[in-house]
Design a binder for this molecule. Structure first.
Ligand code: SAH
Length: 260
């Protein structure tokens, strides 16, 4: 005898502000029996949007994975096998550095129906929270999103530098020194503006602006920490964090640098 198989919905929860959940995400949460959520997902809304569901924190912190990817996949499959509608709530979009594809494959392997609800990725929305557009007519007509989880290879740095558009880095705080040094080696102008936007869409959002040559020292000085999105390129000149304009942000950095 086989039990009724449930189903799984992978939901992209956006960058953290509940206002950036999609209607499809809200609907899926309302129909969930179990929600497995990540640290960067907007989990604070769960009591309101999924009041009848069991909420399980499978949060990953950099360098500290309490459950592990295969453990998460097992949990998803186990709950679905018991007939539950499992919502896997992730930060941003499930298919952007979110290991969503692995979870979909795990469901396929177990014969469990699975659906993906895209989300607002931090790659685009976190720069936007600091007033940084990734493209701007006449300034940048392309953007590349890279993972800073591991240092880039020399040929990757050369191609990135050669493209000349905007570079967006996720999970890049730890590898910032190797990235900035590598891009300079590959020929990028050390005066290229760079922004680090921490905790976008939360009330603790902060934008640090400098140049490719100066950002490492600046980030170290002000204590930039994960989660942060890095933006490298001329579009950073359009940045404004709430009321602070790019001039103020740059002046603030220069002041701090002068103070040493
Ligand atoms: N799937 C996610 C990305 C997961 S990787 C998405 O599409 O957004 C995790 C990285 O995303 C973090 O290290 C950070 O670089 C970025 N990130 C996610 N949410 C963020 C936020 N609110 N503020 C700043 N960076 C964020």
């Amino acid at each position: 005898m086989t039990a009724a198989v449930g189903r799984v919905t992978l939901v992209g929860g956006g960058p953290g502000d509940p206002d950036l959940l999609t209607l499809a995400a809200v609907r899926a949460l309302g129909e969930a029996d179990v929600v497995l959520y990540d640290r960067l997902a907007p989990y604070r809304v769960l009591p309101e949007l999924a009041p009848q569901a069991e909420h399980i924190d499978v949060g990953k912190r950099p360098g500290h994975h309490p459950i592990g990817q295969s453990g998460i996949e097992q949990l998803i499959v186990e709950h679905a096998r018991r007939g539950a509608h499992v919502v896997r709530l992730k930060g941003g979009d499930p298919y952007v550095f979110g290991r969503g594809s692995e979870e979909v494959l795990a469901c396929h392997a177990a014969g469990i129906p699975v659906r993906v609800v895209p989300g607002v990725t931090s790659a685009v929305s976190v720069p936007a929270a600091a007033g940084i557009p990734l493209t701007h007519r006449g300034t940048s007509r392309l953007f590349t999103v890279v993972s800073g989880h591991a240092p880039l290879e020399e040929h990757e740095l050369e191609h990135l530098a050669g493209l000349g558009g905007t570079i967006v880095v996720l999970m890049g705080v730890g590898t910032l020194p190797s990235l900035t040094a590598g891009l300079r080696r590959a020929g990028c102008d050390p005066d290229t503006p760079v922004a680090a936007v921490e905790r976008g869409w939360t009330d603790r959002q902060r934008t640090t602006v400098s140049t490719l040559g100066g950002i490492m020292e600046e980030c170290f000085r002000v204590g930039v920490s994960s989660p942060a999105v890095l933006v490298i390129g001329e579009v950073v000149r359009l940045a404004h964090d709430r009321d602070a304009s790019i001039e103020e942000l740059l002046a603030r950095s220069a002041e701090l640098t002068a103070r040493g």
